[in-house]
Design a protein around this ligand. Structure first.
Ligand SMILES: Cc1cc2nc3c(=O)[nH]c(=O)nc-3n(C[C@H](O)[C@H](O)[C@H](O)COP(=O)(O)OP(=O)(O)OC[C@H]3O[C@@H](n4cnc5c(N)ncnc54)[C@H](O)[C@@H]3O)c2cc1C
Length: 396
């Protein structure tokens, strides 16, 4: 059987791995010219971790694990206001939790691709259709390929979804925030912030700084790498045409390390910038075209599991399709099995918004107080269950 996948992100690469392992011939079409860069730090647990374990990828993923145990929320003068002990959440997940860069997860999935998978970089999918029992994937240069199944794993702004199911506005639920992230090097700043993630939280605005040291202690990795991550309230779903200008406008009056980060911004050429919007659909497939990952069900970073759902969803899809002898039944079963869990995780993400990114000073104060109480001796064990309520796999 032949699959054509649009998008070589986490979901697309995981699907290529899982389908090839079941005897499929897979072609992956990615619009970027090559593997994407590091992106931002993610926590990988839940269904994705379970799937990665089944695919034998956990040891390779662990090699990129970041040394992140604590998130310290600071004031503008860098004084700690409260601390989130991630190690309790990791323990609650039975240590089945890895923090790493999104790009490193993609690298592991890419390196694991078996024979039978061909990657085509620089191929931008324009649309898809199901025709005569086949899937057809069309590209921006006017060419097209035919396969037994087309998988749209082309992210939250999916071109495959738009062409098969209609405009993004029909499926997008804007959660009221814009976000940005990039990786940069600054040895002095890295030394200053130390081992923990430090986050400046103000009503409706957050700046996080991650020191990117790997647990493996690989000395060949460059020292002084940091990831900066911003989240701020926004009225308009559509981010400004000039993301750097938006960041300077929203954060330009802040102290702490922000002026330094904004200065680096000028030199950044792979800035991630987007609105936080969930994708809500009643079905993910139409004939021989199916959506996967953010293209189908973006949960946003507020649910903290998009990458995990991409890998878990890819393995679930491959399991339901098997050798491809009953594709239509497999696609129907995939939707029925995953939809309830995905809806739960999206709801959890929406509910997490006021906790993760409080819009008011009162909301922030309450969060600091709750975290301080939870850090009291004897109460810390409550943090794990609070942080990882949905760290379970799909109930297939
Ligand atoms: C700041 C931030 C923090 C996050 N933290 C976490 C976390 O802690 N845990 C977690 O699990 N998730 C987290 N996420 C979410 C996670 O990163 C995403 O859900 C996940 O990367 C989605 O993977 P995907 O493969 O579905 O889509 P994408 O990563 O968007 O990949 C889509 C791919 O398709 C390509 N593409 C797009 N359009 C086309 C086209 N027309 N033709 C061909 N190729 C195309 C893109 O270049 C890309 O390679 C976070 C997200 C952000 C932004």
């Amino acid at each position: 059987m032949k699959a054509a996948i649009a998008g070589a992100g986490i979901a697309g690469l995981a699907a290529a791995n899982a389908l090839a392992a079941r005897g499929w011939t897979v072609d992956v079409y990615e619009k970027s010219p090559g593997l994407r860069s590091s992106g931002y730090a993610i926590d990988f647990f839940g269904p994705g971790y379970d799937a990665a374990e089944q695919m034998g990828l956990v040891p390779a993923i662990r090699q990129h694990a970041l040394k992140i145990d604590d998130v310290i929320f600071v004031n503008e003068d860098d004084r700690p206001a409260s601390t989130l002990n991630l190690k309790y959440a990791m323990q609650a997940a039975g240590d089945r939790w890895i923090s790493l860069l999104r790009g490193d997860l993609e690298k592991v999935l890419h390196a694991a691709l078996p024979e039978g998978v061909t990657l085509h970089y620089g191929h931008k999918a324009e649309g898809a259709q199901s025709k005569d029992g086949k899937g057809v994937l069309q590209f921006s240069d006017g060419s097209q390929v035919e396969a037994d199944l087309v998988i749209g794993a082309d992210g939250v702004h999916s071109a495959v979804r738009r062409s098969v199911f209609g405009p993004e506005s029909g499926f997008s639920r804007f959660l009221g925030y814009h976000t940005a992230a990039f990786v940069f090097e600054d040895e002095a700043l890295h030394r200053e912030i130390g081992d923990a993630v430090r986050a400046l939280n103000l009503p409706g605005r957050q700046v996080w700084l991650y020191p990117l040291d790997e647990r493996s202690g690989d000395a060949s990795k460059s020292r002084g790498e940091l990831a900066a991550f911003f989240v701020h309230s926004a009225q308009e779903e559509r981010p400004s045409e000039d993301p750097k200008a938006e960041l300077r406008r929203v954060y330009g009056d802040l102290g702490w390390h922000v002026p330094r980060i904004l200065q680096v911004l000028d030199t950044v050429d792979d800035l991630y910038f987007d609105s936080l919007s969930q994708i809500e659909m009643e079905r993910w497939h139409d004939g021989r075209v199916v959506l996967l990952g953010d293209a189908a069900w973006a949960v946003t970073l507020l649910a903290g599991q998009g990458a995990s759902l991409g890998v878990g969803g890819a393995l679930a899809l491959a399991e339901m399709l098997g050798d491809g002898s009953a594709i239509d039944q497999g696609l129907a079963a995939f939707e029925t099995a995953l939809m309830p869990d995905i809806l739960d995780k999206q709801k959890a993400g929406r509910q997490a918004a006021s906790w993760f990114a409080p819009q008011t000073a009162f909301g922030l104060t309450i969060r600091h107080i709750v975290l301080r109480i939870l850090n009291l001796p004897g109460l810390s064990r409550l943090i794990g269950p609070l942080l990882a309520p949905s760290a379970k796999g799909f109930s297939l």
